[in-house]
Design a protein around this ligand. Structure first.
Ligand code: NAD
Ligand code: 0WE
Length: 258
């Protein structure tokens, strides 16, 4: 029996089998959790349905996090099937591609800032708000994905770093507010991983290789490693942990460059 047996989890952010959310869904399913998945658009529907089959998920729903109507529809569909929600995983980020390339002073726009913050940061509050009663009934654990660019000025990460800083602050404010309801809120700050989101980034391959050399473990991390830590943080094994940012980055964040 796995350490998540009997737990019901909604996982938002699977695009394909390289997604960090897929690594999380797989490791949570392996520990006995029952999983529901969402897909951003019709383009991703069939791919996510295939993954749902593989993981034995019976619930697969459309969800664009910029739509309050779609968010409401997801939780009303969920409450028709489940009387509680134990785990909510938020693994979503987006900024206009042009804003993730070059100098901050040139790449930044008001519209890009608004979009990055809406999709990558506010959506955590929006989902938690809409899922509140189900999460309360299930002593829920909420988990999101961050990156070191939230706290350090990483070249080209630009507006996404600012949105991740907002996301990490959101984790602390939600944790402080929802502790009284038995709901925990945490983040994993992952090292760079080659996913669909990373595929759109210039020179990502050489970034990965450079990061590996500068990392205590001398390698990059995998979606399985992120998935295992996510499964732990959302389980009763982590019942005393809330409001935390846990690094799954091979130790990169503790180093100084020489
Ligand atoms: P991914 O492309 O597989 O996942 C990103 C997901 O966001 C996709 O499933 C996409 O459909 C979804 N998404 C984007 N806009 C959306 C919207 N409007 N509505 C609903 N869904 C939307 O890439 P990933 O690397 O697995 O990214 C997942 C999370 O991990 C992101 O928050 C990312 O910032 C974070 N992260 C990634 C890395 C990395 O190097 N890949 C490192 C640290 C943190
Ligand atoms: O959070 C991310 C990337 C998120 C992301 C990726 C894209 C690519 C395609 C958000 N929006 C978009 N928009 C697109 O049009 N990461 C942590 C991965 C990442 O992205 C970087 C990184 C790292 C690491 C961008 C610049 C520098 C480092």
């Amino acid at each position: 029996m796995g350490f998540l047996s009997g737990k019901k989890a909604l996982i938002v952010g699977v695009a394909n089998n390289k997604s960090i959310a897929y690594g999380i869904a797989k490791q949570m399913a392996e520990q006995g959790a029952e999983i529901a998945l969402t897909y951003q658009s019709d383009k991703l529907k069939s791919r996510v349905e295939k993954i749902a089959d593989e993981l034995g998920c019976k619930i697969v729903l459309p969800l664009d996090v910029t739509s309050d109507e779609q968010i409401e529809a997801v939780f009303s569909a969920l409450s028709a099937n489940w009387d509680e929600l134990n785990i909510l995983v938020h693994s979503v980020a987006f900024a206009p591609r042009e804003e993730l390339d070059g100098r901050m002073i040139e790449a930044s726009s008001r519209a890009g800032f608004a979009m990055a913050h809406d999709i990558s940061a506010y959506s955590l509050t929006a989902l938690t708000k809409a899922g509140y009663s189900l999460l309360k009934a299930g002593n829920g654990a909420v988990l999101t994905l961050s990156y070191l660019g939230a706290e350090r000025a990483v070249p080209n990460y630009n507006v996404m770093g600012i949105a991740k800083a907002s996301l990490e602050a959101t984790v602390r404010y939600l944790a402080a507010d929802l502790g009284q309801d038995g709901i925990r809120v945490n983040a994993v700050s992952a090292g760079p991983i080659r996913t669909l989101a990373a595929a759109g980034i210039k020179d990502f391959r050489s970034m990965l290789d450079k990061a590996a050399l500068a990392t205590p473990l001398r390698r990059n991390v995998t979606i399985t490693e992120v998935g295992n830590t996510a499964a732990f943080l959302c389980s009763d094994l982590a019942s005393g942990i809330t409001g935390e940012i846990t690094y799954v980055d091979g130790g990169y964040n503790i180093t100084a460059s020489t």
